[in-house]
Design a protein around this ligand. Structure first.
Ligand SMILES: [Ca+2]
Length: 184
């Protein structure tokens, strides 16, 4: 069950700083200490990605805020399942004083250079919002030498319908993820 601890609050204008750790990230705010644990496992040509957010009040115990899981089943070709570089972010895009945690990752099993599945998840507390689509890949050039791309489209969760500022922010992060994946 969710407790009041899952509400991440902070003073206006003072977004907590996300600090990298050996297993993910941490930050502190009025609710206490937060940790984001990122675990990628692979075996038998399959892979799993698990992202867990927990919070601990002073003198309290660790309480889970959310856990995201995704996987690529047995893949005989090239398996991809990885976080997009620099995609883990804290924000308060809707300005309600409760931070959002977001990250993007690509996954797929392919034998060519076609687009991969790209997902961007944004959590405000335990509430999840997702953009799902594909990354943008360079597939060649036309007769004038102009680069030709495939992919990059996305669809937004219905959850975003009542959260326009979060959708606008997520779409900005989506574009940055596309750029990060396109650059070598
Ligand atoms: Ca917020």
């Amino acid at each position: 069950m969710l407790s009041s601890l899952t509400a991440i609050t902070f003073l206006a204008g003072a977004l907590p700083v996300l600090q990298p750790t050996a297993t993910g990230f941490r930050f502190e705010d009025g609710a206490g200490e937060h940790r984001l644990t990122i675990v990628r496992t692979a075996k038998h040509r399959a892979a799993n990605l698990q992202v867990t957010h927990e919070v601990k009040a002073p003198k309290g115990t660790w309480t889970r805020v959310f856990q995201a899981n995704d996987f690529v089943p047995t893949c005989e070709f090239d398996l991809t399942l990885e976080l997009v570089k620099d995609s883990v972010q804290l924000s308060d895009a809707d300005g309600d004083g409760e931070v959002e945690l977001s990250f993007a990752y690509v996954l797929g099993c392919r034998s060519d250079v076609s687009p991969l599945t790209l997902k961007l998840l944004l959590y405000e507390g335990a509430t999840k919002y997702a953009l799902r689509g594909t990354n943008r890949v360079l597939v060649g050039q036309d007769e004038q030498g102009k680069p030709q791309f495939e992919g990059g489209d996305h669809q937004a969760d219905p959850a975003f319908k009542a959260a326009a500022p979060l959708l606008a922010y997520a779409e900005t992060r989506w574009k940055l993820a596309l750029e990060a994946l396109l650059s070598p």
